[in-house]
Design a protein around this ligand. Structure first.
Ligand SMILES: [Zn+2]
Length: 345
């Protein structure tokens, strides 16, 4: 069993009259079945999904396959080459200051729009109708746990459980994102956020590779049993979250905990070395739960190094711990802080 992998190029005419080529992969089994569209790096600094797609295609080519895989590992080649989220951004320019170039807010694109909307349009024209399912791979800040983002529909919840990934964020997919546009066409659109922009992290790649393999199996693209994943899978609207705040200003030194992992009540998260009196204050988890955010982290951590600096003010968040609602442990009583809130990148 070895399916031929084809590489094709979408040529996009830009406003200047120049053209940009978007390379794509097509793996077609020749057997009727689902068409899974994989898209990565819509934001040029979010590149972990590109490697996930490469490995998944390599794996799928050797397996028993129904249907086809349509893959766009570098959806926004110009932003990729500029190593920035959107087209023509300057240093430390916030994501939200996108001047209409946030690709994930331009679907289904426009052949007469700006250069980003033109690329979007070309991808949608090539694959948007044929795809029955989409998996849109993004990355957010390295301090935030990787997460599956789904619409609030029973069908999506069932599918998300099968993916075997710790955190699922439930929200409206909107009408201008890739997943949202395909969802409104009656297809299945799932978005994913890796932990970490500007990098490719092996553990992150392996985690998402398991997830996309389970996605392919769950929809009948690949044969075989689902790979065992995280247990429990935690949905944002079914869980509470506790924010652990810094007891003092100073340098936060994390204790090496891993995102998504379980922490017990009293588990050491790190310490803060005060810049005022040089005292060291230990920081421990007040509850039993699962680590959804970890480390010094503030606005614009996705574009500016100061946002990632480990110097914290008193009250700054050091960690967010999610507590399963069904958890029978007494730590559940300590959970306050409302439903999980996240902002996609
Ligand atoms: Zn993104």
């Amino acid at each position: 069993m070895h399916h031929p992998l084809k590489t094709r190029y979408l040529s996009v005419a830009l406003c200047t009259g120049d053209a940009v080529r978007v390379p794509v992969w097509i793996l077609d089994s020749g057997v009727p079945g689902p068409a899974l569209l994989l898209v990565a790096a819509q934001h040029g600094n979010e590149v972990q999904g590109s490697e996930v797609i490469r490995r998944f295609i390599e794996k799928a080519a050797k397996r028993s396959l129904r249907g086809k895989i349509l893959a766009v590992p570098f959806a926004n080649p110009t932003a990729l080459r500029q190593r920035r989220p959107h087209l023509n951004m300057g240093p430390e320019q916030p994501y939200a200051d996108d001047r209409g170039h946030n690709m994930n807010l331009t679907w289904p694109g426009n052949p007469k729009g700006n250069d980003t909307a033109r690329v979007t349009y070309a991808i949608d024209q090539a694959f948007g109708e044929e795809a029955t399912h989409v998996f849109d791979l993004h990355c957010w800040s390295v301090q935030m746990a990787p997460m599956v983002l789904i619409d609030d529909e029973p069908e999506y919840r069932d599918l998300a459980r099968k993916l075997g990934h710790r955190f699922v964020h439930v929200r409206s997919l909107g009408t201008v994102t890739l997943a949202g546009v395909l969802h409104h066409r009656g297809k299945i659109g799932i978005t994913y956020e890796h932990a970490g922009q500007y990098e490719v992290n092996e553990l992150e790649v392996l985690r998402c590779l398991r997830l996309v393999t389970n996605y392919a199996k769950a929809i009948g693209l690949l044969r075989g049993r689902l790979e065992p994943g995280d247990e429990p899978v935690l949905f944002s609207d079914e869980t509470d979250a506790v924010t652990v705040k810094s007891p003092t200003s100073g340098l936060f030194v994390p204790a090496g905990c891993r995102l998504c992992d379980a922490v017990m009540k009293g588990y050491r998260l790190g310490h803060v070395l005060s810049d005022v009196n040089l005292r060291t204050t230990e920081v421990a988890s007040p509850v039993r739960g699962y680590l959804r955010q970890y480390g010094a982290f503030r606005n614009n951590a996705d574009v500016a190094l100061t946002g990632r600096h480990p110097y914290v003010e008193k009250g700054d968040p050091l960690a967010i711990i999610v507590c399963p609602e069904s958890d029978g442990f007494s730590a559940r009583r300590g959970c306050k802080g409302g439903k999980s809130q996240t902002r996609p990148a």
